[in-house]
Write a protein that binds this ligand. Structure first.
Ligand SMILES: NC(=O)c1ccc[n+]([C@@H]2O[C@H](COP(=O)([O-])OP(=O)(O)OC[C@H]3O[C@@H](n4cnc5c(N)ncnc54)[C@H](OP(=O)(O)O)[C@@H]3O)[C@@H](O)[C@H]2O)c1
Length: 313
């Protein structure tokens, strides 16, 4: 039945999630009473492929390879994999670190269990091609699951590159990223003329502007959505320091401030996967538990917003 729902692929994400919930398998429906033990997955719209809803933003732990070695990255990726996750978002920058990342991605137990993304952040067609070839070589992968243009840099030139790599089978999916409000207008304009497979944007309980136009647009266009900055790159935790979680957070099985933001994000039906950046395997496990158990419904989401807004968090 689940396979049939996915294959028919005619549903919106809202319909898909409510159908899964009616079948008793999602656990993502608001106020579900089902005890969930496996990380839920959501479909890449129209592609017949599912992705687990929590992933790793690897920038921080990869940037520490030259000083700390590859073991911390391997530990955090195994924590993700053992928690049922697959998505690892990357951004190639330093060849020494990226070679270490490639070594970990090629470990026999990880090689086929991850969905690996990369980004292009160069100006000029040849520079983009050069960066992608180096990524393929250092990551030891001919085909990258998702290639994205970082923060819309040299958008039109790199978009042509990405389309060629997809046609040649070097990229399974292609997309674009933003992580700041000041790129939203340019992203909307791009989505008016092109249809990427994925769009990545910032969205959280404290940065909610994507709810207004971008997320409805992504839903209408049937795009997969990756989320960045779930914790404002750590600023969220600094703002909440010394504050205790409200008792009512237990009504949607929320154990921590990290899960408070993640449950808010993942109770939006348009999100495919949220990327949480961490170099700590315990944090990875805690983040991976966020979609388990009950999720906030519309009333609880309004209460969460008001809690954050009243305290100017
Ligand atoms: N334009 C773009 O394409 C773009 C821009 C920004 C980000 N991104 C993507 O988004 C990913 C996420 O980055 P972000 O900036 O959005 O960071 P973030 O996930 O909002 O925040 C990361 C910070 O939160 C801490 N943290 C994570 N889980 C925690 C937990 N359970 N408890 C306490 N602290 C926790 C981490 O520290 P610990 O290491 O101590 O856990 C780290 O300092 C990036 O890695 C990247 O993949 C893309």
């Amino acid at each position: 039945m689940i396979k049939k729902v996915i294959e028919e692929g005619a549903t919106t994400r809202r319909e898909f999630i409510s159908t899964m919930s009616a079948l008793g398998v999602s656990g993502l429906s608001p106020n579900s009473l089902l005890a969930q033990t496996q990380m839920p997955q959501r479909p890449i719209p129209g592609k017949g492929e599912m992705l687990p809803v929590v992933g790793l933003g690897s920038s921080k732990v990869v940037s520490q390879i030259s000083s700390n070695g590859i073991d911390p990255l391997a530990a955090v990726l195994r924590a993700l994999r053992d928690s049922g996750g697959r998505v690892v978002d990357t951004w190639p920058r330093n060849p020494e670190n990226d070679a270490g990342l490639g070594q970990v991605l090629s470990a026999p137990d990880l090689r086929d269990s991850l969905f690996v993304t990369t980004k292009i952040d160069r100006v000029g067609k040849e520079a983009g091609i050069e960066q992608f070839r180096q990524t393929q070589r250092l990551y030891r992968r001919e085909t990258i699951d998702l290639v994205q243009i970082f923060s819309l840099i040299d958008l039109d030139t790199q978009w042509q590159n990405l389309k060629e790599w997809k046609a040649e089978g070097h990229a399974r999916y292609i997309g674009v990223t933003v992580s700041e409000y000041n790129l939203y207008e340019q992203l909307e304009e791009f989505l008016g003329r092109e249809t990427p497979d994925f769009v990545q944007m910032n969205y959280s309980i404290t940065e909610r502007r994507a709810e207004e136009r971008l997320l409805p647009l992504a839903e209408d266009m049937g795009l997969a959505v990756l989320l960045n900055r779930p914790f404002m790159n750590g600023a969220y935790f600094r703002r909440l320091e010394g504050r205790t979680l409200p008792e009512w957070a237990a009504e949607f099985d929320c154990e921590s401030w990290a899960q408070f933001s993640l449950k808010y994000i993942l109770s939006h039906p348009t999100i495919t996967c949220v990327l949480t950046e961490t170099s700590n395997p315990q944090h990875m496990e805690e983040n991976a538990r966020a979609p388990l158990g009950r999720m906030p419904d519309a009333t609880a989401r309004a209460r969460m917003r008001s809690f954050i807004d009243q305290r100017s968090l």
